[in-house]
Design a protein around this ligand. Structure first.
Ligand code: PLP
Length: 337
């Protein structure tokens, strides 16, 4: 069975093999070497202080929210899918005064500018870079980041399923992501990149408090037990990604998507200009039978989410995915249409 899902993804054998060892004691020199090589490598993927902590993508997002938003802060949350809604829920659980802006597609930078002007002062703008539930990516984030900065607000980005296969302009204040999607490692590490000082005054649970993580790149001393086996996996996957080159890695995913969208005759969910590089989404008449046919052919894909649960099939192209896999999945989907 091969996993062409939105994640966790089909891992290459070399990543699985990298984990097949006794996890070293996390205070040992041996482990610190591995941690150092992962932090050095991941710093080439994105700007800012990298944070790797045990946890899920949701934990990375909640950690971003709790460390950069205080109760009562006014926050604009741009929502074009289920993970945007979850981001809003996280902000609300922090006690922020959230203005949820639900849209059908990622808004243009001018629209974001307009919205912030109408709201008056905002502390932060929060959004999802790659909306996994819809197969939609926010392609205009460089300009959106400029707009948000011009209003003196922080930009908080969930890129759990985007980075590093979907380009992200450098310098975004905070990016939350995770090990188990385009980073090509198993679940277990919440990953953040900090380009701004944490702003929380209080109320951050100790395990999520980023202050304890700021010095890790220099001391290599983690505040709590790190996800050691996942760090071994990231050592291998980052070596591969950087060896290929970040631009080529992005391009490789784009080519896979072009092949998939070019071969499947079903109606796509996203307009071509918003297509994610990592997750595709198609409308089907019978989701259950489409997923069963895929399974019978040796592939696991995913249903849609929220209102699209019974209408959409999602196919991920991250990890160990070949041209043949994509053509086979397309052939099966074309037969269930
Ligand atoms: N945000 C996005 C955009 C995601 O795609 C996901 C998972 O699919 C999450 C957050 C949550 O990640 P996790 O399931 O690891 O908590």
């Amino acid at each position: 069975m091969k996993y062409l899902t939105p994640g966790p993804i089909q891992l290459p054998d070399f990543v699985i093999k990298a984990m097949y060892r006794q996890p070293a004691f996390h205070r040992s020199e041996e482990f610190k070497q591995s941690l150092k090589s992962v932090l050095d490598r991941i710093s080439k993927v994105y700007s800012g202080t990298p944070v790797i902590m045990p946890g899920t993508g949701t934990l990375a997002v909640d950690t971003m929210v709790y460390n950069y938003v205080n109760p009562g802060d006014r926050v604009l949350s741009i929502v074009f899918g289920e993970f945007g809604k979850r981001l809003t829920a996280s902000l609300r659980s922090r006690g922020a005064e959230v203005y949820e802006w639900e849209v059908q597609r990622p808004p243009e930078p001018e629209e974001v500018d307009d919205k912030i002007r109408k709201m008056g002062e905002v502390k932060a703008v929060a959004l999802v870079h790659n909306e996994t539930s819809m197969g939609i990516a926010y392609k205009q984030l460089a300009k959106v980041a400029d707009v948000v900065k011009s209003h003196g607000a922080l930009l908080l980005v969930d890129s759990v399923s985007g980075m590093p296969a979907e380009p992200l302009p450098p310098g975004i204040d905070v990016v939350a992501t995770a090990s188990h999607k385009a980073f090509m490692a198993p679940p277990g590490a919440a990953i953040l990149f900090l380009n701004a000082e944490p702003a929380a005054r209080s109320g951050v649970p100790p395990a999520m408090d980023l202050k304890g993580y700021l010095k890790v790149p220099s001391t290599l001393d983690t505040p709590y037990t790190p996800p050691i086996s996942v760090i071994y996996a990231l050592e291998a996957s980052l070596e591969y990604i950087l060896g290929l080159g970040l631009e080529r890695y992005v391009e490789m995913h784009r080519e896979r998507m072009d092949l998939l969208y070019g071969s499947v005759k079903l109606k796509p969910v996203p307009e071509p200009r918003f297509r994610s590089n990592t997750v595709a989404a198609f409308f089907v008449n019978d989701v259950k039978s489409a997923l069963k046919s895929l399974r019978d052919a040796g592939y696991v894909a995913s249903a849609g989410m929220g209102p699209y649960k019974d209408k959409v099939v999602r196919v991920g192209v991250m990890g160990d995915v070949t041209r043949e896999d994509i053509l086979k999945v397309a052939e099966v989907l074309n037969n269930v249409a």
